[in-house]
Design a protein. Structure first.
Length: 343
């Protein structure tokens, strides 16, 4: 909760009027460990604002889901229980239907490319920001394309998906898993490791950084199939009243601090990919790639899922086709940037 502290500076000068300065304390909440690369980016961003504001902006940062499970974070900001949050759109299925088009299979090749697309002013102003009712969107961003992680042997074809229960990162990915012949099993990301250990699920669709670093899945996995098949979207958002309570110069400082940071944030996420992959390999997880035919079949299924999802939105009177077209157009303008787009 934003609160103001009036600090009176003592002075030794006889008869001088005490100087006064206001400090503004902001509570920041995230749902992953403070060791995650994005958590560290948020720490550095907050520290930079504190320095730039000469201490007028102060931040209490609560990492590691201290304020509740992942689905709670959007409403923590909307209700003012936290001033700033990091929210995973996939944790609240159906709430951000247009934003979640970005989670559809095989749209992007890296976090940098995907984040540049999602933060494009045209896309945000026309479609995406309006979905984030009750919260001021500071930035949208995406992780690197995710893989098929398994603890029940490799998945090298659509036939291998039969009977497999996989945890999806979003409702879009759940549709993709089902279309491939698997069974999507919804649960919070913080419960994946335990579910794998107990056999409640046989795998998860998640990126290397998430599997190896954020949620420590390595000891509970046997195989990863590299498909680079989807991305998950996130929001860094702020309670509007908290923002409006700040002096104008501090409001501008926060806005300017998040201008043109998409490439930077995307590069942070892309950098986690190789690190997370090494963590998994170091604990004995075997990495697989698909042959050309198997990949083509998976891409065909993914494209059909995207078409079906967009058709559902259109049937509900929502501009799914226009949003998908704009995302693809901006992705073409951005080009294949980022480590994941090489090769």
């Amino acid at each position: 909760m934003l609160w103001k502290t009036l600090a009176t500076a003592a002075t030794l000068a006889l008869g001088a009027v005490p100087a006064a300065s206001e400090t503004f304390d902001l509570k920041v909440a995230t749902f992953v460990t403070g060791q995650h690369g994005m958590s560290k980016w948020i720490d550095q961003w907050a520290a930079s604002l504190t320095e730039q504001s000469e201490g007028r902006l102060q931040f209490e940062i609560l990492h590691g889901a201290q304020m509740g499970p992942p689905p709670a974070y959007y409403d923590l900001a909307r209700n003012g229980q936290a001033d700033i949050v990091w929210h995973l759109h996939g944790a609240t299925p159906g709430r951000f239907e247009l934003t979640e088009i970005s989670n559809m299979p095989f749209l992007f090749c890296s976090a940098e490319q995907a984040t540049l697309v999602l933060n494009d002013p045209r896309l945000r102003s026309e479609y995406l920001d309006a979905e984030h009712r009750g919260v001021k969107v500071l930035a949208l961003f995406m992780h690197p394309p995710g893989q098929i992680n398994s603890n029940d042997g490799p998945i090298l074809s659509l036939d291998d998906m039969a009977g497999k229960g996989l945890r999806p990162a979003s409702s879009a990915v759940a549709k993709f898993i089902a279309a491939m012949g698997g069974t999507p099993v919804g649960l919070p990301p913080t419960e994946m490791a335990e579910a794998l250990q107990k056999g409640t699920i046989q795998g998860a669709m998640i990126d290397y950084g998430g599997a190896g670093l954020a949620f420590g899945l390595g000891p509970h996995l046997t195989d990863v199939t590299e498909v680079y098949s989807y991305t998950s979207s996130f929001m860094l958002g702020m309670n509007p009243n908290s923002f409006e309570s700040l002096p104008e110069d501090l409001q501008m400082m926060i806005d300017e601090s998040l201008t043109d940071v998409s490439a930077e944030i995307g590069q942070v996420w892309d950098g986690l990919d190789a690190i997370g992959k090494k963590v998994l390999m170091d604990v004995g997880v075997t990495i697989h790639t698909l042959d050309g035919e198997a990949r083509a079949e998976m891409v065909e299924v993914g494209n059909s899922v995207t078409e079906g999802y967009v058709a559902e939105l259109e049937d509900a009177g929502k501009p799914g086709t226009a949003v998908l077209a704009m995302m693809r157009e901006i992705a073409a303008e951005v080009g294949p940037v980022g480590a994941g787009c090489q090769g």
